[in-house]
Design a protein around this ligand. Structure first.
Ligand SMILES: Nc1ncnc2c1ncn2[C@@H]1O[C@H](COP(=O)(O)OP(=O)(O)OP(=O)(O)O)[C@@H](O)[C@H]1O
Ligand SMILES: [Mg+2]
Length: 274
């Protein structure tokens, strides 16, 4: 537990993108939203917290440039400035991931304050330098210690939900975890929004699931939905975010709309929490 509530990051907004279900669009959302905000002149950092390293791959970070990773930030308490890398997207930086991260749960299990490691690492440097407007954390598909560390560090959460039959499955467990973290380590944590991804407007099931999710979660759901779009899934193999690979495709247009809605919601969320 933190001895006192220390603010993470000063003016920097830290957003974690979480869903313990795999393949729901967490990484795609991090890459494209972060890129849209960078293009709008914001300085943005992605912290890749998934040992799969998909966010790092999606930005073309080579294996030899991943020797220092988010593992070193959390376990070796390496300085942020020593582990981050520039990307080919102007204003966008990344702390890459490598397979070392797979052992973080084991490495931390007997350590004191295992849930606040990342928060402690981020507090100092972000507050002092105010270097970034936004930090996005790309979580693994698990409610493990890395995901908990990201929730303890973040100011806001985005939850992508794939528009498919089991969309809401697991959400209540995630909500309980968020509530527990709010009651213990991070009372400032807010859910910025639930994002429907891979929406297919020709599919009646997609439409019905959208209705269900909106009637269950109402205002929590972003108005913007991300359509299923092949260009978004092709982009990582070109080491580019979709919004750069093909900025005019429907998926990219949706992420640009999401960025505008993100900025609006962020302002409202910040003003409603004082
Ligand atoms: N809107 C979309 N349309 C089509 N394909 C998509 C879309 N969003 C994501 N994908 C593809 O679906 C797969 C899963 O997406 P992504 O990697 O973003 O999910 P994830 O939640 O990060 O997965 P994991 O839990 O494994 O980290 C990827 O191959 C990605 O390219
Ligand atoms: Mg991912």
């Amino acid at each position: 537990m933190l001895n006192k509530v220390e603010e993470v990051g000063g003016q920097t907004n830290l957003i974690t993108v979480v869903n313990q279900k795999g393949g729901v669009g967490k990484t795609t959302t991090v890459l494209n939203l972060a890129t849209c905000l960078s293009a709008a002149g914001k300085k943005v950092l992605i912290i890749d917290l998934d040992s799969q390293g998909n966010a790092s791959t999606g930005l073309g970070i080579l294996p030899e440039d991943r020797k220092m990773s988010s593992y070193d930030l959390i376990i070796a308490e390496e300085k942020l400035s020593n582990v981050l890398k520039e990307t080919k997207v102007p204003n966008l930086f990344i702390v890459p991931a490598n397979s070392d991260l797979a052992s973080v749960d084991m490495d931390l299990v007997n350590t004191e304050q295992k849930a606040v490691r990342l928060r402690r690492c981020l507090i100092k440097e972000l507050s002092e330098t105010r270097k970034f407007d936004y930090v996005f954390m790309d979580c693994p598909p698990a409610l493990n210690l890395l995901t908990v560390n990201s929730l303890v560090s973040a100011k806001m959460v985005i939850i992508p939900l794939q528009t498919e039959f089991f969309a809401l499955e697991g959400l209540s467990q995630l909500m309980v975890t968020i509530k527990e973290i709010r009651n213990t380590f991070n009372k400032e944590l807010r859910i910025l929004g639930v994002l429907l991804t891979m929406f297919d407007k020709r599919n009646n099931l997609s439409i019905q699931i959208e209705e269900d999710v909106r009637s269950t979660l109402s205002d929590l759901v972003f108005n913007t939905m991300i359509p299923r779009n092949v260009k978004l899934s092709e982009a990582p193999s070109y080491s580019l975010p979709g919004v750069i690979y093909d900025r005019k495709c429907l998926g990219s247009i949706a992420y640009q709309k999401l960025a505008a809605e993100f900025l609006k919601r962020e302002r409202n969320t910040l003003s409603s929490t004082g």
